[in-house]
Design a protein around this ligand. Sequence first.
Ligand code: ATP
Length: 355
Amino acid sequence: MLQIEIDRLNKHYAGFHALKDIDIAIRQGSFVALVGPSGCGKSTLLRTLAGLEKTSSGDIRIAGQSVIGKPPRERDVAMVFQSYALYPHMDVEHNMNYSMRLKRRPKPEIAERTRAAAETLGLSGLLDRLPKALSGGQRQRVAMGRAIVRNPKVFLFDEPLSNLDAALRVHMRSEIRKLHERLQATSVYVTHDQVEAMTMADHIVVMRAGVVEQQGSPLDLYDKPANKFVAGFIGSPAMNFIPVVVGPDGHTLAIDGSDALVLDRKLVPGTRLWAGLRPEHLSFAPVSDGLTMEAVVESVESTGSMTFVTASVGSQHLVVAHGGRPGVEKGAAASLHISLKNVHLFDRETELAVS
Ligand code: ATP
C-alpha cells in the first residue's frame, strides 16, 4: 500500500524553480532517503510534505488523501529537525509531550505515551532535565521522542544527525533504523551523506538541482546507476571516470596507457564515453576477464583495515580501495586490473549509462 504519493510536484520561490516535476511513490512502512548535494531541494521537498512550505503545482497524497492546502497539524506527520528545536525552558518530559498537551489529550494518556516513548529511547532517567543539561545524542533522542509520542503516520527527518560527532552518528543511525523497524511507520529522511542513505534506507531518491536523477534500492543505485552523476554520488570513495573512445570495430575501447578493453557488446565506432571504475573494483591482483592497466603508484594511505592508493594510468589519476595491505609503494610501477562486468560506461554527451 502506498503511504505517500508525490505527483508532478513543482515549487517556485520568487524567481527560483526549486522542485521540478517530482514524482515519488512511497510504500507504507518504508524508509526513504532523499540525498543530493547542497541546494538540490531535499529540505524543500521534505518541508512541502510537512506542510511548512506551499507548493506551486502538482499533488501530494498521504494515505490516499490530498494534503495540498492542509496545515501541518492536519497531515498526521511528525518532523525531526537538524537543530532539534527543543524548548530550552522545558524539561525533557514537557518537551516530549508538548504537542499532546496542546491538543488537550487526557492526562493519563499523555503520561503513558511519554513513559513509553522515554523507555523506547532510553530517556526514562532524564525526564526532569532541561535540554542544556543533556549531551548532543540525548537531545537528539528527545527530538525523536517528541515525534514518537504523536504516533504519526509518517516521520520526516531533516539531517537529524549532522550535529553529532562521527562515532555517535554511526550509533544513532542504527538506533533510528531499529526504531523504524519497531514502529513500522513510514520514514522520509534527508541527508547529504550517501553512506547514511545507503546504510539506513530501503529506497533512495537521488536529487540534483530540483530534479530526481534516479530512485531505487541502495544496491540498484550502486549496481546500475542511470547516469554519471548518480554513479559519482553513490559509493565511497567516489567512482573514477576516464575518457575512452569506441574503436573502429565497435568492440574495443581505446584507453590511454593500457591495453584496449574488449567489450561484450557492439557500440557505434568513434562514440566518446566515460568508463566508470569503482575504487573497490580495481585490484593489483590479475583478473581473468577484463582490463589490465600499467600504473605508477602516487600515494598510499592506510586506515589499518583499508588502504587507499592513488595511481596514475597515462594522464589519468585513479583511486584504488584495497582491503588490508596491497603491498605497493609510492613511486613503484604496478599493474591494475578490473573485471569487464565492473566497468560502467556513460555517454560523454548525455552522461546517461550505456547498456
Ligand atoms: P542543503 O543540503 O544545503 O540543506 P537542500 O538540498 O536541502 O540543501 P534546499 O534547502 O531545499 O536545499 O534549497 C533548494 C534551493 O532552493 C536552494 O538553491 C536554495 O537557495 C533555494 N531556497 C530555499 N529556500 C528559499 C527561499 N525561502 N527563497 C528562495 N530560495 C530558496
